[in-house]
Structure formats: structure tokens, C-alpha cells
Design a protein around this ligand. Structure first.
Ligand SMILES: NC(=O)c1ccc[n+]([C@@H]2O[C@H](COP(=O)([O-])OP(=O)(O)OC[C@H]3O[C@@H](n4cnc5c(N)ncnc54)[C@H](OP(=O)(O)O)[C@@H]3O)[C@@H](O)[C@H]2O)c1
Length: 310
């Protein structure tokens, strides 16, 4: 009975609708929560698993959404998922299968939104790059094999980082044929450099910014994953410069109001992800700007600038 609940929408004429189930990691706050709400608001055939590492924060987020919009209660559920833990990710995938079964494929789309900005390169990569891969590996077998989607929330910090790299490293990050062993080797080598900025500079890796490096690697991973799964739509995007717990410290450090620094509200940070989830992006394995326009991997493209055609 429980497994059928999400197939039944509150509205009478939607009762027989088959739900498109979407998992959003880091869904308890910030841009992730804004994506959860946008999906529920704009697509009444969508069921959202709001995934969060903390049951308290995740359940509180689900309750706050339902308190705002009680009619969404049947289309929203909490999923415990720490992207940094193999065990947690495997257990989350099992919970989805227990509730919905495995045939037909229980998940329409996955949004890899969970991310951190602070920490050592190892800590940041563990979540922002390896976490994305960990979740993709576990959920790919559950994803609709024809038309399923993966949206990786990366950042303009990725292209900005690549811009500071040597020509050889830039070629690596732009290589459409990049393979996981090579990317993994680069990650391992970079982790071994710790916070030695001279070592990063000598290796052609700019200043070794953990965040920029992790997001550049996540963009490369998006390319190789899309190549391996051509029947799926797998793309990455930046949400833009958005006021959240991740960015507020920058404004505090400058003694400025977030809006005065150009930060936008989380609802706007959901727009590029919503396009990649429900729109018609051209190609696969690409990186999009916050205006949902294709953007290059090795330099910043501002919203409103012409699309990248390379
Ligand atoms: N804000 C911006 O301007 C901006 C710009 C470019 C890209 N981004 C990207 O957008 C995404 C969302 O960031 P945000 O700005 O919304 O930041 P945020 O408000 O700090 O939210 C980050 C989310 O990620 C979750 N998270 C962190 N580590 C996790 C883990 N190991 N497992 C599961 N969840 C984890 C956090 O959960 P807890 O609550 O448990 O910590 C939280 O739900 C990130 O990938 C970030 O890099 C943001």
C-alpha cells in the first residue's frame, strides 16, 4: 500500500498519473530545497525524495514544506543520504527500491546538489566530486534507462579554476574522451599535494583551490558519465551566485549585504537545474550557466552572454 501512495496525487483527475520520481541530494536547505519546491510547484506528476545527511534537518525541511503546502504531502518524502559515505548512499538506494520496487526503474532523475565550500582539498573533493560519483554509481541502476536524467550542480568556480591551469591541464579538463582512471589519478595526485600552493602551481593546477578543483573535476566526470550513458540526459550547471549558508560568510567577511554583492535568492538558483531536469538541453555531458545557456569549461561566461558553441 505504502509503495502506491506516491502514485496517487491529491487532485482527483491526477489519481492514475504515474509519478516521475526525483532524488535531490542536500535537499534540506539552500539551493537544494529551492529545487525541491520548484519541482513540486511546477510539476504535479513529480514525487521528490528530499535527501539529506541529517535525519533531523531533512525531516524538518520536509515538514516545513508540507506546512507551507499541505497538498504536497503525498509527493514528498525524506531520504537519509550522506554523499560522503558509501554505506549511507547504498542504504538510500535500497530504501528507494524497497518503497517503489526495481522494475520498472523507480527513479526518473537525480540532482546531485549536495556540496561544501570549506575544508581541505581532500574533504571538499570527497563531497563535491567523489560524492557525486558515489551517488551516480548507486542510483544509475535505478534510473529510467531511456530518458532518465542526472543534473550535477557544479559551479562557475570550475571553469574559473581551469582558466588558471597550464595549457596541458586545460586540455585535460576539456577532453571529451576523459576517462575515470585518469581523473581519479589527478584527484589522488592533488590530494597528496595537500595545501602546498607551490606544488599546485608547478603541476599546472593554478592555486590548487579545493572548491574550484572539485567542481572542475565534477564537470569532467559529467562528460565521461554522459558518454557512458548516451540514452540518459546528464548535464551540469551552476546555480549562479546565490545567498545561502555556503556564500553568506563571503558577504560577512566583506561586511556587505549579500544582495549588494550580487547574490540572488535560492529560488533563482533553481532555474538552471530545472531546465536540465525538464527542458530540452542540446547535447549531453555539458555545462550550463545560471541562465540555462551552455557555457565553456575553461572560462567564465556571464549570464546573457552568447551561448558557448564549441
Ligand atoms: N550558493 C552559491 O552561490 C553557489 C554557487 C555555485 C555552486 N553552488 C553549489 O550549489 C550546491 C548547493 O549549495 P548551497 O549554496 O545551497 O549551499 P548550502 O545552503 O550550504 O547547502 C548545501 C547542502 O549540501 C548538503 N551537504 C553537504 N555535505 C553533504 C554530505 N556529505 N551529504 C549530504 N549532503 C551534504 C548540506 O547539508 P547539511 O545541512 O547537513 O550541511 C546542505 O543541504 C553546492 O553543490 C554548491 O557547491 C552554490
Amino acid at each position: 500500500m505504502e509503495g502506491r501512495r506516491d502514485k496517487l496525487s491529491a487532485a482527483g483527475d491526477e489519481r492514475s498519473m504515474v509519478m516521475r520520481r526525483i532524488v535531490v541530494t542536500g535537499g534540506n536547505k539552500g539551493i537544494g530545497l529551492a529545487i525541491v519546491k520548484a519541482i513540486l510547484e511546477e510539476h504535479n506528476d513529480a514525487f521528490v525524495w528530499l535527501a539529506a545527511r541529517s535525519p533531523e534537518r531533512g525531516r524538518a525541511a520536509v515538514q516545513s514544506v508540507i506546512a507551507e503546502r499541505p497538498q504536497w504531502a503525498d509527493r514528498l518524502a525524506f531520504l537519509k543520504l550522506d554523499v560522503a559515505s558509501d554505506e549511507s548512499v547504498a542504504s538510500a538506494a535500497r530504501e528507494v527500491v524497497e518503497r517503489h520496487g526495481q522494475d520498472p526503474a523507480p527513479v526518473h532523475a537525480l540532482v546531485n546538489n549536495a556540496g561544501v565550500a570549506a575544508g581541505t582539498l581532500q574533504e571538499v573533493v570527497h563531497v563535491n566530486t567523489l560524492g557525486v560519483r558515489r551517488v551516480c554509481e548507486a542510483f544509475l541502476p535505478l534510473l529510467d534507462p531511456t530518458g532518465g536524467r542526472i543534473v550535477n550542480i557544479t559551479s562557475a568556480a570550475g571553469p574559473n579554476f581551469v582558466h588558471t591551469c597550464s595549457p596541458e591541464r586545460q586540455r585535460f579538463f576539456l577532453d571529451p574522451d576523459v576517462a575515470w582512471p585518469a581523473l581519479e589519478q589527478l584527484i589522488d595526485t592533488s590530494i597528496a599535494m595537500g595545501s602546498d600552493k607551490d606544488a599546485f602551481a608547478a603541476a599546472g593546477l593554478g592555486d590548487g583551490s579545493p572548491y574550484g578543483f572539485s567542481k572542475a573535476c565534477a564537470n569532467s566526470y559529467t562528460m565521461l558519465l554522459a558518454r557512458a550513458h548516451p540514452a540518459l540526459r546528464i548535464n551540469a550547471c551552476t546555480p549562479g551566485f546565490i545567498e545561502t549558508d555556503l556564500t553568506r560568510p563571503f558577504a560577512d567577511a566583506q561586511g556587505q549585504a549579500p544582495a549588494d554583492m550580487g547574490m540572488k535568492p535560492p529560488s533563482e538558483g533553481a532555474r538552471s537545474a530545472m531546465f536540465l531536469l525538464f527542458g530540452e538541453p542540446e547535447g549531453n555531458g555539458r555545462y550550463y550557466g545560471s541562465d540555462a545557456v551552455r557555457s565553456p569549461l575553461d572560462r567564465y561566461r556571464a549570464p546573457g552572454d552568447p551561448p558557448f558553441e564549441g
